[in-house]
Design a protein around this ligand. Sequence first.
Ligand code: IFM
Length: 473
Amino acid sequence: MKLITPQAYARSITPGAVTGLPADFRWGVATAAYQIEGAAAEDGRTASIWDTYCRVPGAVVRGENGDVACDHYHRMPEDVQLIADLGVDTYRFSLAWPRIQPGGRGPVNQRGLDFYKRLIDELDAKGVTPWITLYHWDLPQELEDAGGWPARDTAYRFAEYAQLAYDALGDRVTHWTTLNEPWCSAMLGYAYGVQAPGRKDFGQALDAVHHLLLGHGLAARYLRGAAGDRPLELGITLNLGTATPETDSEADLGACRRADGLGRRLYLDPIVYGRYPEDVLDDLAAAGVQLPVQDGDLEAISTPLDVLGVNFYRGTLFSGADESGSPVDAQGRPVTRAVERDLPRTDMGWEIIPSELTEVLLRLEDDYHLPTVITENGAAFADTVAEDGAVHDADRTTYLADHIDAVAAARAQGADVRGYFAWSLMDNFEWSYGYDKRFGIVRVDYATQQRTLKDSAKWYRDTIRLTRNGATQ
Ligand code: IFM
């Protein structure tokens, strides 16, 4: 494969209005609690599965962890000022479950909750709308010890935590996302073992899928009821990409059907239509796996939503044959193989192809008819600090510009996409990659905790301003 360096990918892009994005288009930046907060043992917070997983030798690059991260817990007012200075209208952040309800059971921990109240005060004072994600992967360790997401009780515990959070903050916050990327929680955490809690059991991972969705549904149902006449913008965030067949062969088309089924329809169909996709259930049955569905679960899971959060990073080309051309593996199971393309890549090794974001948004419009918001999109690149202290990250600016254009293209073709959040506000703890991978539009010097706007942040700020000023609708 020809390697194309980020430098070859980057273009020089000046800020300008993005045609076709309306004045009320939502612009934001996003973060997640464990990735930025630090203060891991402060004010009553107890361990999450990530605190534990980071201590497993070899689990995280250089054995790093989120104990300090970006020290956002102590630097929150400065960080909110940074957000306000970017000119975004919305800040998407997650609540740390083990801070709000240590151990995942029992009453609220007031000191933990007060941090988020102060954050919301600060955002309000600066005119930035808070958008809360209830769960961005930091399951209280005590719940994992009791069985984790493969156990049905965890769904009820999540609904109870959602209730505590909404009762405390629902009068101040309108925008609520239940889960971030349940595919990652279930598959990376319980099937592939490359994220917390690090289990490797396909059957348990599928139990986790259903219980994550059930937790989402029970929480969504509670929030809907509790909101009453109060405005509520309720959603879930899924990581959604494309599955493109390498050829039109039956095997390659089958590989795409399976990848799309297990990666996307398994979540979207129950959430939007209240049913699991038949073909995926058949595939699972063939593998000896059955989802632990009980009466009433799918009604809860399909509680109506206002918005679907889309995290887009990459699409994938699939082949239904292995390297030797066989359509089945050694166990006789059909092959679903990702094929590398000759495309530029980010520092994560992820292929860059913005047109696939347009494709995803149009597909969601056609098949699921829910308004969407891009709740995450962005790229890690190996930034360098120039002699003048600046970060000239033309590669990241190019990535953001091309993907925002892809959103505008989807809108022009009829997709009801209403907002875009850059991932991420600042460099942070990138899970199993530790601090190695930098996704921020703001650089964090972890030795001093100094924040520096990268060129991409300045470009984003100016593009938002020009687009708002130039918007006609
Ligand atoms: O950093 C993560 C985030 O927590 C969830 N979505 C993908 C990002 C980049 O890997």
